[in-house]
Design a protein around this ligand. Sequence first.
Ligand SMILES: Cc1cc2nc3c(=O)[nH]c(=O)nc-3n(C[C@H](O)[C@H](O)[C@H](O)COP(=O)(O)OP(=O)(O)OC[C@H]3O[C@@H](n4cnc5c(N)ncnc54)[C@H](O)[C@@H]3O)c2cc1C
Length: 394
Amino acid sequence: MNSVAASVVVVGAGLGGLRTAESLRAAGFEGAITVVGDEPSMPYSRPPLSKEALSAGVQVAELEFRRKPSVADVNWQFGSPVISSDLAARTLTLADGTQLAFDGLVIASGIRPRRLPIPGPEAGRYVLRTSHDAIGLRNYLAPGRSAVIMGAGFIGCEVAATARGLGCEVHVVAIDEQPMIRPLGAELGRGLRERHEHHGVDFHLGRTVQEFLGGDHITSVLLDDGTELPASVVVEAVGSVCNVEWLEGNGLDLTDGVLVDQGMVVDFEVPIVAVGDVARHPNSLFGNIPRRIEHWNMPTETGRRAGVSLAALLRGEQPDQGPFSAMPAFWSDQYHHKIQSFGMPGIATSSQLVEGSADEACIFEYSDDTGLVGIVGVDRTAELAPYRKQLLER
Ligand SMILES: Cc1cc2nc3c(=O)[nH]c(=O)nc-3n(C[C@H](O)[C@H](O)[C@H](O)COP(=O)(O)OP(=O)(O)OC[C@H]3O[C@@H](n4cnc5c(N)ncnc54)[C@H](O)[C@@H]3O)c2cc1C
């Protein structure tokens, strides 16, 4: 068993882990930083994995983030996940038996796709989270092949658009009544469905997959209404699970990710912060209710704050208790359409079309009893600035 001394260990070599390491350095932390990643690569950008990189062929090196010179001395350890932790003793155990000690810990382990227990062959089933997933999936996306996509959220719809662009027959199967209905509402969901249908996607909404059929490899998919769809490949895009198993047994609140305060600090006796997709954090723009936000800009925003907090804790100081008020932002590319969101449209109780029409370029406002909580534009992204300002003034 190896034993490596470490001052700060970051678990998860994604965007959140990288940005927290950079923030620690910017906040004056000069101790050793070790980043442990279970993937074999430096932190890279995931959004292209369902869009241009999936279409063109994934070159991971081209997706790597530029890293600030301040983290040139970080020790990157790849390929073996952290499998358990004793946080009070400040130790982590990796799958290869390595033990790491830490003075401060960054939880940046993100999420993974949910898998449903559906009977049938395994070969031909794909999820999409890593470059490895995308490379495997890309091999199946060729003209004349049939792709069945389970789930009509953003990732399912982006893969549908990419697969159509590559000449596949595409079926989307989802329990929801419209695609992307939870974040965007029924009216815009319908408008986006019509765009997909115009490009030749077949939707099977209100339906579930009952069984995968075939010998060694999936050849078709059986729906709950008896419909059988041909399938060269199935993409499962039905939600996510937080990567928190390695934290179990320490008494942390892991109900939905890792609960943190406005400084991204975990309520524990040793200095620990959590960032990115796995962090359930309050946001003063949205009532300070702790929520996880799986949006691209949040690993950077939470990482920036967490690095400052952790550096303070390691100096024996109290972290900044000021509110966390970063604006969640999300974009999606489907065909030539650009969808851009600010705020949290998914928590709204009502939505209203304010410009354009749902099946063309448009802007929707999303509100709850506190007022405007989100804004979404389709092919009107340049015109969202005043709405964003309004959201920031909440
Ligand atoms: C296909 C796809 C498309 C997307 N498109 C968009 C988009 O268009 N717009 C948008 O706003 N957002 C998009 N996102 C979301 C965005 O990419 C995420 O919000 C962001 O990557 C989260 O960063 P993170 O650092 O929190 O987690 P991650 O990037 O997931 O990094 C976590 C890392 O930790 C590793 N890890 C997990 N457990 C362990 C362990 N026990 N030990 C060691 N390492 C571990 C993981 O393997 C991973 O490498 C997309 C995501 C995907 C997957």
